[in-house]
Design a protein around this ligand. Structure first.
Ligand code: HEM
Ligand SMILES: N/C(=N/c1cccc(CO[C@@H]2CCNC2)c1)c1cccs1
Length: 355
């Protein structure tokens, strides 16, 4: 009687051997089913792991950046067993993927199962502090910042303090690992036409490293598999710095650019939003850090659809996330519909270990 893990394993291995036109599938399937029957699980080969991580990206319905799914660098850290070893591997990932600004899409995969956990949602993220009546820094980080303070971390109390890595192994309490400053690349935000913009003293970190999603391949879950790509400008300019429950900077941008906020109908918010997003794209490009604008990203996504269709594969997608948060109807994505079926391998939201 084949169990669920066996079914998922056989399905993935079939894809692995067929899509890459390899032979030897029968023997591998037999070995894996034997391992599951005797030990309750199985181990992926390095090639299966790399292919599975790339497939998971190709199957990520909410990702507009999937054109480059085959170009993912996969680092195998399944042997790491201590908090220190995990932290060192993460420092290596940050340095390698940042690559001086020419960002390399990369994932580091730690041992299967949930014994190793990273408590950070992103490896590099700013702290959030509740001051007297107002919030300093990133409101999205309030909970993790509190945990870091309880564990002895002392933040500078500013708007852009990078949090330490918080890593736990098994039932041990989490350990803190401040990220060496030389590994963290940031971009100071300046405007292409208006030098007054710099007076806002805004900046953002160069590379997004997502560290709170579960990678599932052939029925096996890797709870710790942090991955990065490069940013799409709107993530920073239309959400992180613009949402009123995040950095909420549109009023200051309007003020410094002399845009009157008197009437909603003046569309001052939209005008300030465009200028903030132009500043983000200009600053990253000027400082040599990879970034893509939402129009180019949407065109690349159309190429992804073409490639997949040519390969005879269905494309699945989540329209509500694929459309950019700024000028969505200016992209072809807005005028299409997508099948939001969940296909495995994939990346899944996972509740934080501190819940
Ligand atoms: C290479 C450049 C990439 C760009 C420009 C890009 C862009 C994006 C954007 C804009 C989102 C929506 C994020 C949000 O609205 O908060 C997203 C979602 C996502 N991306 Fe990509 N991506 C890239 C690479 C990758 C890579 C390398 C992976 C994994 C290997 C990946 C996996 C995902 C996943 C799983 C989501 C959904 C996240 C969630 O449900 O919270 N992306 N991507
Ligand atoms: N550009 C990116 N953007 C994101 C991709 C996935 C997730 C996120 C952050 O999602 C949070 C949860 C909902 N919005 C913020 C951002 C990438 C990060 C890692 C690889 S590409």
């Amino acid at each position: 009687m084949a169990n669920r893990l066996e079914d998922e394993a056989v399905e993935f291995l079939s894809l692995f051997y067929e899509e890459r036109c390899l032979d030897g599938k029968e023997a591998r399937v037999r070995d894996v089913c034997e391992a599951i029957r005797t030990g309750g699980t199985y181990e992926h080969t390095a090639e299966e792991l790399a292919f599975g991580a790339r497939l998971a990206w190709r199957n990520s319905n909410r990702c507009i950046g999937r054109l480059f799914w085959e170009r993912l660098t996969v680092i195998d850290e399944r042997e790491a067993r201590t908090e220190e070893a995990v932290a060192q591997a993460l420092f290596r990932h940050i340095e390698y993927a940042t690559n001086g600004g020419k960002v390399i899409p990369t994932i580091t995969v730690f041992k299967q199962g949930a014994s190793i956990r990273i408590w950070n949602a992103q490896l590099v993220r700013y702290a959030g502090y509740r001051g007297d009546g107002r919030i300093i820094g990133d409101p999205a980080s309030l909970e993790l910042t509190d945990i870091c303070k309880q564990l002895g971390w002392v933040g500078a109390g500013g708007d852009f303090d990078v949090l330490p890595l918080v890593i736990s192994v098994g039932a041990r309490p989490p350990q803190l690992f401040p990220i060496p400053e030389h590994l963290i690349k940031e971009v100071a935000l300046v405007h292409p036409d208006n030098e007054a913009f710099a007076r806002l003293n805004l900046k953002w970190y160069a590379v997004p490293f997502i560290s709170n999603m579960r990678l599932e391949i052939g029925g096996i879950s890797y709870y710790t598999a942090p991955f990065n790509g490069w940013y799409m400008g709107t993530e920073i300019g239309a959400r992180n710095l613009a949402d009123d429950f995040r950095y909420n900077r549109l009023p200051e941008v309007a003020a410094v650019l002399g845009i009157s906020m008197e009437r909603e109908a003046s569309l001052w918010r939209d005008q300030a939003l465009v200028e903030l997003n132009r500043a983000v794209l200009y600053s990253y490009q000027e400082q040599g850090v990879s970034i893509v604008d939402h129009h180019t990203a949407a065109k690349q996504f159309q190429r992804f659809i073409g490639n997949e269709t040519e390969a005879g594969r269905d494309v699945t997608g989540d329209w509500t996330w694929l459309i950019p948060p700024m000028s969505p109807a200016q992209t072809d994505i807005f005028h299409q519909s997508f099948d939001n079926r969940i296909v495995s391998p994939n990346y899944f939201h996972e509740k934080p270990p501190y819940c």
